[in-house]
Write a protein that binds this ligand. Structure first.
Ligand SMILES: [Zn+2]
Length: 171
């Protein structure tokens, strides 16, 4: 077993592989269905201060989602926790509890950053975003964020990355 695997993690490629196998091609991406197809149990409840958690319970991955959060945030939580699972972060009985500050790209913990990249790639598949934007006369982060069920900030980053809106644009 290579111990250095996480150093070479490619969260976007892993998310793309998951989409290829488990996504029905519709937007917004049904992230809960994908999580269940991957064998995870998704539970909702009051998580007192954190947005999400993921851990193995009797070898079953259990994703807990704070049901007090907005639906957009809940979708991101499932995708982020699924990232921890699919990127191998749960080895050795590790458990993740994620306050919302873990969802910023500036998070110092590389596992949190990788889980965020995975989540962004899962919820906003590049080709689907490009195709959707191509059908719009004036694609905006707001319209696309609503269509994909993500935050305006997350979609803004994606649209700049894909060159659909300029880097200098205000989101
Ligand atoms: Zn996390």
């Amino acid at each position: 077993m290579m111990q250095s695997a996480t150093r070479f993690a490619n969260p976007a490629a892993d998310a793309k592989a998951v989409l290829a196998r488990h996504w029905n091609g519709r937007i917004p991406v049904d992230v809960e269905s994908i999580a269940r197809q991957l064998g995870a149990d998704v539970q909702y409840g009051d998580l007192a201060g954190v947005s999400g958690e993921v851990a193995l319970q009797d070898r079953v991955p259990v994703i807990k989602v704070n049901s007090n959060d907005s639906l957009t945030r809940q979708r991101f939580t499932i995708a982020h926790e699924l990232g921890h699972l699919m990127l191998g972060h749960l080895a050795d009985g590790k458990k993740f509890r994620d306050p919302s500050k873990n969802y910023t790209l500036g998070s110092y913990d590389p596992r949190e950053r990788d889980a965020n990249y995975f989540a962004a790639a899962l919820l906003m598949p590049d080709d689907a975003v490009r195709a959707y934007a191509a059908g719009m006369e004036n694609p905006t982060a707001t319209t696309l964020a609503n269509a994909f069920g993500v935050s305006k900030a997350a979609m803004g980053i994606k649209l700049k990355m894909l060159g659909i809106i300029p880097q200098w644009a205000t989101i």
